[in-house]
Design a protein around this ligand. Structure first.
Ligand SMILES: NC(=O)c1ccc[n+]([C@@H]2O[C@H](COP(=O)([O-])OP(=O)(O)OC[C@H]3O[C@@H](n4cnc5c(N)ncnc54)[C@H](O)[C@@H]3O)[C@@H](O)[C@H]2O)c1
Length: 270
C-alpha cells in the first residue's frame, strides 16, 4: 500500500548492491511513495551491474561514488542536485564493510590497516556524507538523513568483530552531527538499528544462520526484514517524523528489550 508520503521529495540512496540489499528495498519503497532519487554505490559495486535494473525500474540515474572519497561525494551531491532540480529532502547511508571480517581475522588479532579501512568505509563515511551535504547547503529544511546500524554497537556479539566498534562510532556521528544540522538547517539525522537481515553484508558475519534464527526466536514480533526496514525508513523521510532527530531507533521486533524468550528457555529445559 502506498500513501504518497514522499511526493515531490528528492534524495540520494547509497548502497543498493542487489535485490537483497536494504537500500534496494528502500529505493523501491521510496519510488512507490512518490520520491525521486539518484542511486549511488562504489565503482567496484557498480561494475556488477545489477543496479541498472533498479535504476530502470525507478526512473533513477546512477552516479558512482566511493563514500570514503570527499571528491567523489562533492561530485555526487552537486550532480544529484542538478539532475533532481534543486536541494535534497532525504539521504540513505546504507554502507558497511569490514576487511578484518572478509579476511577472517579474529577481533583479538586485528590487522589495523584493515581496521582503519573498514572504519573509513563503515563509519567515517557517514561524517563525510553529512559534511558534504552541510557545506554544500544541499538539504532542504526538515530534510532527513538516515544511516543503518546494528545493536552490536551497544552489546557484545562476539562474531560481529570490528563492525561493532564501527557502528558505535556511526551512531555517535548521528548525535554529534545531528545537533549542528538540526540547529543550523533544521535537518534530521538518525540511525536505524536493524535486525539481522539476509543480505551480502549480513551473510559475511560468521555463524550468520545461527545468529538470525536466535534473533528470530528472541523477538516477540520476529525479525524485521529488509522490506520492513524500507517501510520504517520511508516514515523517517516523511513529514510525519519532523521532530525525530539524533536518535538510534531500534527496528528489531522487540529483540533489544527482551531478556529471554520462552522459545529460548524451552531449548535449555531438559
Ligand atoms: N544485513 C544485516 O544483518 C544488517 C543488520 C543491521 C544493519 N545493517 C547495515 O545495513 C547497511 C546495508 O547493508 P546490507 O545488509 O543491505 O548489505 P549490502 O551488502 O547489500 O550493502 C552494503 C553496501 O555497502 C556498499 N559499500 C561498500 N563499500 C563502499 C564504499 N567504499 N563506498 C560506497 N559504498 C560502499 C556495498 O557496495 C553495498 O552496496 C550496512 O550499514 C549494514 O551494516 C545490516
Amino acid at each position: 500500500m502506498a500513501y504518497n508520503l514522499l511526493k515531490g521529495k528528492k534524495g540520494i540512496i547509497f548502497g543498493a548492491l542487489d535485490e537483497h540489499s536494504i537500500a534496494w528495498k528502500t529505493a523501491e519503497r521510496v519510488h512507490a511513495e512518490g520520491g525521486a532519487f539518484v542511486l549511488t554505490n562504489a565503482p567496484v559495486a557498480l561494475r556488477m551491474g545489477q543496479i541498472n535494473e533498479l535504476a530502470k525500474k525507478t526512473g533513477s540515474e546512477i552516479i558512482a561514488a566511493d563514500a570514503t572519497s570527499e571528491e567523489d561525494l562533492n561530485n555526487l551531491v552537486t550532480q544529484a542536485m542538478e539532475i533532481l532540480g534543486g536541494k535534497l529532502d532525504f539521504v540513505l547511508h546504507s554502507i558497511g564493510m569490514s576487511v578484518n571480517v572478509r579476511k577472517g581475522n579474529h577481533y583479538t588479532g586485528e590487522n589495523y590497516a584493515y581496521t582503519t579501512k573498514g572504519w573509513d568505509i563503515s563509519a567515517l563515511s557517514f561524517h563525510k556524507v553529512l559534511q558534504t551535504l552541510y557545506k554544500a547547503d544541499a538539504m532542504n529544511e526538515w530534510g532527513s538523513v538516515v544511516a543503518l546500524t546494528y545493536m552490536a554497537s551497544q552489546r557484545s556479539f562476539p562474531d560481529y568483530n570490528d563492525m561493532a566498534d564501527n557502528k558505535a562510532y556511526l551512531e555517535s556521528i548521528a548525535r554529534s552531527f545531528g545537533y549542528f544540522f538540526g540547529k543550523e538547517k533544521k535537518v534530521r539525522v538518525n540511525t536505524i538499528s536493524q535486525s539481522p537481515t539476509a543480505t551480502t553484508a549480513g551473510q559475511g558475519v560468521k555463524g550468520f544462520d545461527g545468529f538470525i534464527s536466535y534473533a528470530e526466536q528472541m523477538s516477540p514480533l520476529g525479525n524485521a526484514s529488509a522490506q520492513d526496514c524500507a517501510d520504517y525508513t520511508v516514515s523517517l523521510f516523511s513529514d510525519l517524523t519532523r521532530k525525530v532527530t539524533m536518535q538510534n531507533l531500534f527496528h528489531d521486533g522487540g529483540f533489544s528489550n527482551t531478556g529471554v524468550s520462552l522459545e529460548v528457555i524451552e531449548k535449555f529445559t531438559k
